[in-house]
Design a protein around this ligand. Structure first.
Ligand code: BES
Ligand code: MN
Ligand code: ZN
Length: 500
């Protein structure tokens, strides 16, 4: 997608060549006197363009406007959520006309949050999945332009959000691919490709190396599959060598049958999305390589299939994790925590500033929070607050859940140090309590994205969440450490936009 930011009044927007022009109109504005502004004023007066966000009025070849199609879109109070509603409605409305170039112009002054919201929503509405279609229809919208009254002060935010969108789209793309087109090896290839970006490195371990590391829990999940596991280690170095990194750990189950504790057939296809945590880590690295912020980030992705065959893990089996703790596998469908516990243990070697794991971990989290907010579990209040704030900023929200020690009660085992499941009650929390045992004493948070990483039903597909939340958190960390550190030397990369 080609994104552009321009300084444009509604009068100037009327002269712009494009296939569709979307004008975002907030409640209570007093428009000027050009052709578009006059339409807005008259439509408002006649009650044909209500203030409510998402209300639209379509015009065809209005006099004095170069674009053949014009959609006036209400963005209500102009808050980010309302801008999102208006933009989604408008882009979906113009999509059917197969426009190549769409221009979205703000009829009132735009701020950073409004622009960010508009860009993210427009990209969301224009994303098309093509990877496994025989005749990949070229994505209809090729260019998304944004017109604001003064582009200069918004340029940096615009570049960051377009990079974020590219990360979100990468996460959607891999999330949407079916299991046979998204194996652990293919996911590793996608990660290796990211190493072409500046300051990004990638290393991939296979079954033997993982075994050697002592990752007995991860290896055990993979053993029932013909596809070999991969352990992906991504590194982004934008800070100094001695700066402690933030470590992101993404669950990468490329298909979850449940194993011997088999899942029901209905909707089992959706378990191809069980690597959306991993995909979000790839998306974040894609954006980091573009934005080049001044901080260090490590991405860890344990990836394998959870399958069923003669070698598969059985209920009751006891496995030894990398930490040395033994685990009684009472349910082979609780496999995410088994691969994550070894990755969390591996994270220790980076002496991390914080570790955040991202996982489509529990159906219970879907029951608790639905598809609106991701579940957030954190051992550290400051980290929890930072992630909550990042979620708000990116409109990729999460909700903090408890971690009382009492919730760990049900994980007791007669045959190992810990069991991999507790009872049905509080399933999202007991899963988090299991992970916490392996998070050692570092600052740790867990995002359960089972409800938010994809949509079911007619709109079935990956959402790219929580790439927005994670990037917003990381960029804030970079700003904070830039504030603290002594002034840096000028960076080599001309693409660097970090606060130096
Ligand atoms: N990948 C699933 C979690 C999941 C379920 C995500 C439904 C999205 C929708 C995970 O591996 C799983 O199967 N969890 C079990 C845990 C249970 C056996 C304790 C679950 O949630 O049912
Ligand atoms: Mn499972
Ligand atoms: Zn799973």
């Amino acid at each position: 997608m080609d994104f552009q930011l321009k300084t444009l009044s509604t009068a100037q927007a009327a002269n712009e060549k494009c296939d569709a022009l979307i004008v975002l109109v907030a409640a209570g504005i007093t428009p000027s006197k050009d052709a578009i502004a006059t339409s807005i004023a008259e439509a408002r007066k006649a009650g044909d363009l209500p203030d409510k966000a998402g209300k639209l009025l379509a015009l065809y070849r209005p006099a004095g406007v170069a674009a053949p199609r014009v959609v006036l879109a209400s963005v209500g109070d102009g808050k980010p959520v309302s801008v999102r509603t208006g933009v989604l409605a408008a882009v979906n409305a113009v999509k059917s006309g197969d426009p190549k170039r769409v221009l979205i112009v703000f009829a009132q002054a735009a701020d950073v949050v409004g622009l960010r919201s508009a860009v993210t929503a427009a990209a969301d509405a224009s994303y098309v999945y093509t990877a496994t279609k025989s005749k990949p229809e070229p994505r209809s919208i090729r260019q998304l332009g944004f017109g604001v009254t003064e582009a200069g002060p918004l340029r940096e935010a615009f570049d960051q959000v377009t990079a974020t969108v590219a990360g979100i789209e990468l996460a959607k793309e891999w999330g949407n691919r079916p299991g046979n087109h998204c194996t652990p090896s293919l996911l590793a290839d996608a990660a290796r490709k990211l190493a072409a970006l500046p300051r990004v490195k990638c290393e991939v371990l296979g079954p033997k190396e993982v075994e050697k590391l002592g990752m007995g829990a991860f290896s055990a999940v993979a053993q029932g599959s013909a596809e070999p596991l991969r352990f992906i280690v991504l590194r982004y170095q934008g800070g100094s060598k001695d700066e402690a990194p933030v470590v992101l750990v993404g669950k990468g189950i490329t298909f979850d049958t449940g194993g011997v504790s088999l899942k029901p057939a209905a909707e089992m296809d959706e378990m191809k999305f069980d690597m959306c945590g991993a995909a979000s880590v790839l998306g974040v690295f894609r954006a980091l390589g573009d934005i080049q912020p001044a901080l260090n980030v490590v991405g860890l992705i344990p990836t394998c299939e959870n399958m069923n065959d003669g070698r598969a893990l059985k209920p009751g089996d006891v496995v030894t994790s990398m930490s040395g703790q033994t685990i009684e596998v009472l349910n082979t469908d609780a496999e995410g925590r088994l691969i994550l516990c070894d990755a969390l243990n591996y994270a220790k070697r980076f002496d991390p500033a914080a570790v955040i794991d991202i996982a489509t971990l529990t159906g219970a989290c879907v029951v608790a929070l639905g598809g609106v907010r991701s579940g957030l579990f954190a051992s550290d209040d400051a980290l929890a607050a930072a992630l909550e704030a990042a979620g708000e900023e990116a409109q990729d929200r999460c909700w903090r859940m408890p971690l009382d020690e009492d919730y760990a009660e049900g994980l007791k085992s007669n045959f190992a140090d810990v069991a991999n499941i507790a009872g049905r009650a509080g399933g999202a929390v007991t899963a988090a309590k299991f992970l916490q045992r392996f998070a050692g004493d570092f600052t740790w948070a867990h995002l359960d994205i089972a409800g938010t990483a994809w949509k079911s039903g007619a709109a079935k597909g990956a959402t790219g969440r929580p790439v927005g939340l994670l990037l917003s958190y990381l960029l804030e960390q970079a700003r904070k450490s830039a504030g603290k550190a002594a002034p840096r030397k000028a960076r080599k990369s001309t693409k660097s936009r970090s606060a130096t």
